[in-house]
Write a protein that binds this ligand. Structure first.
Ligand SMILES: *Cc1c(COP(=O)(O)O)cnc(C)c1O
Length: 350
């Protein structure tokens, strides 16, 4: 049977009725990839949930299908979001299918080129503002209060509802529940959504235990770990460059209630994991995504994760979104040669 997207697959867990028009690109059903390399290295069973395989290249599509479907049901004409890039790419695509106007507010100069290209190609009105994500989200909140635009950031509860399907999918694919669920934390909607999903599956008796929710923030943008707002967040992982997460309290609750944690990884650790995942498992994710694997390696080294644990790391977005960062930070480089057979053979050492 043809796969129909997260709303049809998990309809009975979602706030939709037969009157909800479904706007979908058949998001979800993303690969859960066993990593031999990471499993050997950590003495755990490590799976990578590759959310970069979603239609616009990030997990944002899971929430956007629902947020946009509900906006159409409510007869809205325009949607708006602040974005570090992927929310705008996703919103712009789903709005295009639905025939809605899409307004995007992004921090100037801090968006990966691929994400910006997506928003522009899908016809969004893109405003680059001289501020960071948190300031852009403040603007969006104010616009949403006063003007006829529907906010599709993760402060829109339908985003969280759609994104919780990621937890259902992991349990269905594994036919088990991970001991640890590792995930990058930016605005903290995703960790909130996954925890909600696991709890609902548990309450509906689909699973009989819950994972420890284990989040990671980048060192220069770690407000939850530090316990205070970061006015000028900085990290190479632009998708988690956030100083005042909208779902701060919910993320703290997810970590505390599950017996998990939220901790810090450095940009160096993120870049090392980013290279490792691509070169040793063949999965190309974006820098922010690699925070989950960087965190895994760190927690294992610290002795915080027992041998044999069942681990799922969420790889939130696709590496192709940000080829500049890839080429700049890659451990392999091109070798320039004359266009001669002998030159290539010599270089190969044959
Ligand atoms: C949005 C995003 C994140 C952060 O998710 P939050 O829900 O804001 O915590 C991480 N990685 C990528 C690739 C993203 O697009």
């Amino acid at each position: 049977m043809m796969y129909k997207g997260v709303i049809e697959t998990y309809r009975k867990y979602l706030p939709v009725t037969e009157n909800t028009p479904i706007i979908t690109f058949f998001e979800g059903n993303t690969p859960l990839i066993f990593s031999r390399h990471l499993s050997d290295e950590t003495k755990c069973q490590v799976y990578l949930k590759f959310e970069g395989a979603n239609p616009t290249g990030s997990f944002k599509d899971r929430g956007m299908t629902l947020a946009i479907s509900k906006a159409v049901e409510a007869k809205k004409k325009a949607v708006i979001c602040a974005s570090t890039g992927n929310t705008s790419a996703s919103a712009a695509a789903y709005a295009a299918q639905a025939g809605l106007d899409c307004i995007v507010i992004i921090p100037e100069g801090k968006i990966a080129l691929g994400k910006l290209a997506q928003a522009l190609m899908h016809g969004a009105k893109v405003f680059e503002v001289a501020g960071n994500f948190d300031q852009a989200l403040d603007l969006v909140r104010k616009l949403g209060e006063k003007y006829p635009v529907e906010i599709v950031n993760s402060i829109n509860p339908y985003r969280i509802e759609g994104q919780k399907t990621g937890a259902f999918e992991i349990c269905d694919q594994l036919q088990a529940v991970p001991d640890y669920h590792l995930i990058p934390v930016g605005n903290a909607g995703n960790i909130t959504a996954y925890w909600k999903g696991y709890k609902e599956y548990y309450d509906r008796k689909q699973i009989s235990k819950l994972p420890k929710m284990t989040g990671f923030q980048a060192k220069g943008a770690a407000p939850i770990v530090l316990g205070h707002i970061v006015e000028k967040p900085e990290t190479i992982a632009t998708a988690i460059r956030i100083g005042n997460p909208a779902s701060w309290k919910q993320a703290e609750a997810a970590a505390a209630d599950s017996g998990g944690s939220i901790s810090i990884v450095t940009d160096e650790e993120i870049i090392a994991a980013y290279n490792l995942i691509a070169s040793k498992t063949g999965v190309f994710c974006e820098p922010a995504s690699a925070a989950s694997v960087a965190g895994l390696l760190k927690r294992v080294k610290e002795g915080k994760i027992a041998d044999g644990s069942l681990i799922v790391c969420i790889l939130t977005g696709h590496g192709l979104k940000d080829p500049d960062t890839a080429v700049k930070n890659c451990t392999t480089k091109t070798v320039k040669l004359p266009c001669k057979l002998e030159a290539v053979v010599r270089e190969l050492g044959y």
